[in-house]
Design a protein around this ligand. Structure first.
Ligand code: ATP
Ligand code: ZN
Length: 283
């Protein structure tokens, strides 16, 4: 049985549970309990505070865990980062009062910076030869300059609206973070095998999200050009249409190049383009 730690409530909770669900793992209860057992996969879920997850994974109380990379780096536990999950994206940034003239990281010299991320911040300051004082606080970091507790802050940002409403501006990004799957370094052979199974499923879900299934009709004289645009997993499927001179083309297209590919397809005379989401994709 593989034990996985996920956040009990908060920003990572829903996406973590959704990911397990998309991997076909069904849990017997919600997060009101400390634990939930899956009835169709050998996994047990522990619901914990995110800050505690690296320690539990390190101790082996949980075998694996889902946590923000920021928390993983801050706690600095010797555990493996196994997979970047692509949700919970944010950045750890330094922000200063809007009115401050800021010309570069050197301007942080001599300032007092409030943060809950003192380990990561100290590493950044040392690495950039900046001599600033870190004032560690446990929450509501964004109000620190306003109440005279610090000159600047170092905190998590996603949209930047919290900084804005507190009269601050983001000046240095010191870490780009997302949710990651972490694992204890000494998994049993049995648990390692379950983790590999889980990773295959996570990969299938993530790959599917990054790709779309595409169907279109193409004039036969343009099939070479169109097939070159849509390499798909191996090569596109091409089937003749009932109407002479036309074929149906089916393939997979990556989300990142999507609009560019569609424009080119149209310029090659493609018609009746249909794009569908893919639920799972195993390459
Ligand atoms: P807990 O009660 O589990 O200790 P928390 O309040 O410390 O929760 P949340 O605010 O739920 O934590 O954030 C969890 C994680 O979500 C963060 O560590 C970070 O990786 C990610 N995250 C994404 N966007 C943001 C954001 N705008 N602010 C804070 N965290 C964010
Ligand atoms: Zn926390």
């Amino acid at each position: 049985m593989l034990k996985i730690a996920v956040q009990k409530s908060g920003r990572l909770y829903e996406d973590s549970i959704k990911l397990l669900k998309e991997c076909g793992i069904e849990l017997n209860n919600g997060n009101k309990q400390l634990k939930a057992v899956a009835f169709n996969f050998p996994i047990e879920v522990f619901f914990l505070r995110d800050d505690d997850i690296p320690q539990y994974v390190y101790d082996g109380v949980a075998d694996i865990g889902i946590v923000g990379e920021n928390v993983l780096l801050e706690t600095a536990k010797d555990i493996d980062l196994v997979y970047r999950l692509g949700f919970g994206k944010c950045r750890l940034s330094v922000a200063v009062p809007k009115a401050m003239h800021y010309n570069g990281a050197g301007d942080l010299n001599g300032l007092k910076i409030a943060t809950t991320y003192s380990t990561i911040l100290q590493k950044y300051l040392t690495g950039n030869n900046i001599n600033a004082e870190i004032h560690e606080i446990s929450g509501s970091v964004e109000i620190a300059p306003g109440i005279g507790l610090a000159d600047a802050i170092c905190d998590l940002v996603s949209s930047g609206s919290t900084l804005f409403t507190n009269g601050l501006k983001e000046v240095e990004v010191i870490l780009k973070s997302e949710a990651v799957l972490t694992a204890n370094k000494k998994l049993s052979v049995e648990n390692k095998a379950i983790l590999d199974k889980l990773l295959l499923r996570i990969n299938a879900v993530k790959t599917a999200k990054n790709n779309k299934y595409i169907l279109l009709n193409a004039p036969n004289d343009q099939l070479k050009n169109i097939a070159a645009l849509l390499p798909g997993m191996k090569s596109p499927t091409i089937v003749p249409l009932a109407e002479d001179g036309w074929s149906s083309v089916q393939s997979v297209v990556n989300e990142n190049d999507f609009w560019e590919v569609i424009e080119k397809l149209k310029s090659f005379g493609a018609e009746g383009i249909i794009v569908l989401p893919i639920e799972k994709m195993i390459v």
